[in-house]
Design a protein around this ligand. Sequence first.
Ligand code: SAM
Length: 213
Amino acid sequence: MKDRAKAQFERWARSYDRSLLHHFLFRSSYVALMEEIARWRAEHDQPFRVLDIGCGTGELAAMLARSDWEVTAVGLDYSPAMCRAADAKLAGLGSTGRAGFVAADSEFLPFADASFDVVTCSNSFHHYPHQQNVVHGVRRVLRPGGRFVLIDGFRDNVVGWVTFDVIVSRIEKGVYHAPWSVIDGYFRAAGFTNIRRRKINFWMPLCITVGEV
Ligand SMILES: C[S@@+](CC[C@H](N)C(=O)[O-])C[C@H]1O[C@@H](n2cnc3c(N)ncnc32)[C@H](O)[C@@H]1O
C-alpha cells in the first residue's frame, strides 16, 4: 500500500498544484488547517513549531511562512518528489529559513518526543495502512498543550460514502477512509482529550478532527 502511494505521488508531484482536485478539494483543507492553527495560536501567544505529515507540495508550510506568526514549519512526506517540489516552492518565496521538508514515513516520525506544538495531516491519512500507529506517533511528538488536526474524506453520509468509498477507493486502490467513530477511537487510544470534529464541503465532504494533549 505504501509503495503504491509513493509511486502515485512521485508521478503527480510536478503537476499536483495545477490539478483540479488541488483547487476544488485540497485548497479548502489548507484554509481549515490555518483556521485551526489560528485557534491554537490565540490561546498560546508564543513562537511555535508545526509538523505537517503527508505534506505534499508544502502548501501549508508556504501559508505559514507568509503569516506574521513566529512559526517554524516542518513538512514530512513519503515521496521525495513532493519534498523537492515543496523545497522549490519555499525557495521561490524566499522563506527557506522558516520551513524544511523531510522525506519519511508518517508511521515512523524521525523527531524527538514533545518537539512540536501543532501536528497537521490533510488528505493523506487514508493512505496509511497502520493508522493507529500514526496517531500514537503524533501524540509522542506533541508537547503538552499541543494539538493534532486531521483532515480526510468524510464518509459518514451518502455523498461522502459514494465519493470516498466508491469512487476514490476505485482510483486509489487499497486506501481506507475511516468512519469518524474509528478516528475518534484512534485519538482516544493515543490519549488525546477534548476531541471534536466538524465537516466542511457538501460535495467531496471533508472531516476535520482535532485532539488536544
Ligand atoms: C493527496 S496528497 C495530500 C497533500 C497535502 N497534505 C494536501 O492536503 O494537499 C497525499 C500525500 O500523502 C503522502 N503520503 C502517503 N503515504 C504516506 C506515508 N506513509 N507517509 C508520509 N506521507 C505519505 C503522499 O506522498 C502525498 O504527498
